[in-house]
Design a protein around this ligand. Structure first.
Ligand SMILES: Cc1cc2nc3c(=O)[nH]c(=O)nc-3n(C[C@H](O)[C@H](O)[C@H](O)COP(=O)(O)OP(=O)(O)OC[C@H]3O[C@@H](n4cnc5c(N)ncnc54)[C@H](O)[C@@H]3O)c2cc1C
Length: 410
């Protein structure tokens, strides 16, 4: 049996943990439990080191505290923005809310966490297929034939989690009715006028039914020098389920489930997106889009598991709950799950500790989930009178500006 490590580490209450999923959620769990004295192995189904396609990540004080707690190096974490600014269709700023925030990237967080995990504990190309639990622990089977045993199994395997499917087959992610298009433009390629207007703020455009959020992030290799950074463009756009199926169908006719790898998005889908952008977005943002590498889209799903653990099995991060990205809390929530898991496992025997973890994290995650749905409704809601094509008459503008990507939860 390869990788069998069951048992208790001498002199501590800790034992062995298998974490399924080697993305940010899994790395946070591994780092927090390793710090608490557990022997941790991470299994990631993708066979090569992960990268986040340049996705921007908004940070919150809770995330920074969690990174510090697990011993991550947070120097030069990201770009500091000071103000939130609402744009109208002509590209003018018409409302400003001071809200200092560090914005960073998925790759940056992944790399600083990955450094905390020894290479011989991080296994790429290992897809969990099934597992069995008994009084002595959990035995896992992987697609390539590997078997592994541990005291605890934590599913940090994302919103379509295999671990959650086993634990809670009734929990299914729900399509929110819109997708998010994302793109990255090099700062140096933006015209000086557009650069000055969009670059140094957390910008938003919020006509009824759609929304743009944009902010600067570091350039390649965490380059934070002005002129070398990138602009992170996030555009929510409603798509009916039938149209989504078409967007998820590649040039060979294969329809992908839930999401499609960006290189497989058909040119016709990209062309349609660009035509729509030209009709509905301010010129400053169509300029950014035009300067971007191949944009890609993610359908927005959410879900909340009623419990995050049973017996010796736990789920964390997106496997446990997806709050829509309006709230920008997925990474922070995964970090909070990891810290709670480590705290409870240091204080009580395994089943009780996992139950306490679930009891703490389900209500906290529900708060994030509900808030993100509220922001989704605000985006879609029509104004009581008049139209809002120019983004100036959104009836919920104050709340959207004040609550988007804000984690005012414990
Ligand atoms: C548009 C958008 C914007 C976002 N913006 C923000 C933001 O500003 N701030 C923020 O905090 N969060 C943000 N998020 C959310 C954030 O990216 C995630 O919530 C966060 O990364 C936690 O993910 P995770 O590690 O739990 O799951 P995932 O990143 O989905 O990772 C799951 C991993 O498990 C692996 N896996 C799956 N099945 C198996 C298996 N059977 N065996 C082994 N491995 C498996 C997968 O390959 C994957 O690597 C955003 C998300 C989106 C879509």
């Amino acid at each position: 049996m390869a990788g069998t490590m069951a048992g208790t580490v001498a002199g501590t209450m800790a034992g062995t943990v298998a974490v399924i999923g080697g993305s940010i959620g899994g790395l946070f769990v591994a780092a927090a439990l390793q710090r608490a004295g557990w022997v941790v192995h991470v299994f990631e189904r993708v066979g090569v080191p992960l990268h986040g396609r340049g996705a921007g990540i908004v940070t919150h004080p809770q995330l920074i505290a969690a990174l510090q707690h697990v011993g991550a190096d947070i120097s030069d974490l990201g770009v500091q923005v000071r103000d939130r600014v609402a744009f109208d269709l002509s590209g003018q700023h018409f409302a400003t809310l001071p809200y200092p925030q560090i914005v960073t990237s998925w790759d940056r967080i992944y790399q600083i966490l990955r450094r905390l995990i020894p290479d011989d504990s991080y296994h790429l190309g290992e897809a969990l297929e099934t597992f069995t639990e008994d009084e002595g622990g959990v035995t896992m089977q992987f697609a390539g034939g590997r078997e592994h045993h541990a005291d605890i199994l934590v599913g940090a395997d994302g919103f379509r989690s295999v671990v959650r499917a086993h634990l809670l087959p009734e929990v299914q992610p729900e399509y929110a009715g819109y997708v998010v298009w994302r793109a990255l433009a090099q700062e140096a390629e933006l015209s000086p006028e557009v650069r000055n207007r969009v670059f140094d703020v957390f910008g938003m455009f919020m006509p009824t039914g759609t929304q743009i959020v944009g902010y600067p992030i570091a350039g390649e290799n965490n380059d934070l020098r002005p002129g070398h950074r990138r602009y992170n463009f996030v555009w929510y756009w409603p798509v009916a389920e039938d149209d989504l199926r078409d967007m998820l169908t590649d040039a060979s006719g294969q329809t992908h489930e839930a999401s499609i790898p960006p290189p497989l998005v058909r040119d016709a889908v990209l062309e349609r997106m660009a035509e729509t952008a030209a009709l509905v977005l301010p010129d400053v943002f169509t300029h950014v889009l035009g300067k971007s590498d191949r944009p890609f889209f993610t359908p927005i799903y959410d879900h909340l598991s009623p419990v995050f653990a049973r017996g010796r099995i736990g789920v964390s991060g997106d496997a446990a709950c997806v709050a829509r990205p309006h709230i920008g809390m997925g990474v922070t929530k995964a970090a909070q799950d990891a810290l709670a898991l480590a705290k409870h496992l240091s204080a009580a025997p395994i089943p009780e500790a996992l139950q306490a973890y679930s009891a703490e994290r389900v209500p906290a995650s529900r708060a994030a989930y509900e808030r993100s749905r509220l922001l989704g409704r605000h985006m879609l809601q029509a104004p009581a009178q008049g139209d809002n094509d120019d983004g100036r008459n959104n009836p919920n503008m104050d709340e959207i500006l004040r609550l988007t990507a804000v984690a005012d939860f414990p």
